[in-house]
Design a protein around this ligand. Structure first.
Ligand code: ZN
Length: 266
């Protein structure tokens, strides 16, 4: 893997036949009680946490996979639907030298507000007019259809299942727990774009049993994280996450009974 371009809001790496670009949608911060201990109460050990004014730092990212066949955007950021410091995806794409019209397909890791909202622009129109297919896990199609802002996107929906390839070289892997149809995407068999498997790296690699209050099924989220962290270590996968620090791309290492995240140097 080689870094081929780097800007304030983006980083592009080469991976076999494909390139992967991290696109920052901005950064926000959430209350510390979003982290939950295995007993279900708020997690109290914040010694290693990454805090901003006493809150947990939360970067928001999307990833663009580009190959000869097309340009697949995985997640779309928060658009204008959540915190005011987010919604910078367009700016990040401009920095990375990618036009909105170049995106040929979109795939969502899941249908939460900070992942789907960038599908529409501030005026409510399609943000990626040439993305003829929008892949959403079968389990989350209903949630997607229930979102009034997503009406312009409905006719482009394609149900996504484990093993599907929204672009050649990319395959979907079930990663449920944070949401029922949460998906990860393995790129070129080497990089796992894993969505919301980790929300606060500074705590959850060292304490992988710590969950996020928005994990819809806490026990399943914990189990999926354990499986994917183990697989990433065993297979030597690079991981890329919607809320990981640094450039959002790095490696998972074992550290005693837990793990450590080694971000790609910027
Ligand atoms: Zn998220």
């Amino acid at each position: 893997m080689r870094i081929v371009r780097e800007t304030g809001l983006s980083m592009t790496v080469e991976l076999g036949e494909l390139t992967v670009t991290m696109l920052s949608d901005g950064e926000t911060a959430l209350p510390v009680d979003r982290l939950c201990g295995p007993d279900g109460g708020a997690w109290a050990d914040l010694a290693g946490a990454d805090l901003v004014d006493g809150k947990l730092r939360l970067p928001v990212r999307a990833f663009l996979v580009r190959g000869e066949e097309g340009c697949l955007l995985i997640d779309t950021g928060a658009g204008s639907a959540w915190h005011a410091s987010l919604g910078r995806l367009g700016e990040a794409m401009a920095e990375a030298g990618v036009g909105a019209n170049e995106v040929t397909a979109v795939a969502l890791t899941h249908t939460h507000v900070d992942h789907l909202s960038g599908l529409v622009d501030r005026e409510g129109g399609l943000a990626f007019p040439n993305a003829m297919q929008v892949f959403v896990a079968t389990e989350e199609l209903m949630a997607f259809r229930a979102e009034p802002r997503m009406i312009p996107v409905q006719s482009r929906l394609v149900p996504l299942e484990q093993g599907d390839g929204p672009l050649r070289g990319v395959s979907a892997i079930n990663a449920p727990g944070h949401s029922p149809g949460h998906m990860a995407f393995l790129v070129e068999g080497r990089m796992l774009i894993w969505g919301d498997i980790v929300h606060h790296a500074a705590v959850q690699f060292a304490w992988p049993k710590v969950t996020w209050s928005f994990d819809e099924d806490q026990a399943q989220a914990r189990a999926t994280r354990a499986v994917l962290m183990d697989q990433a270590v065993a297979a030597g996968w690079i991981v890329a996450g919607a809320h990981l620090p640094g450039a959002g791309i790095g490696r998972v290492e074992r550290a005693g009974p837990a793990y450590a995240f080694r971000p790609l140097a910027r």
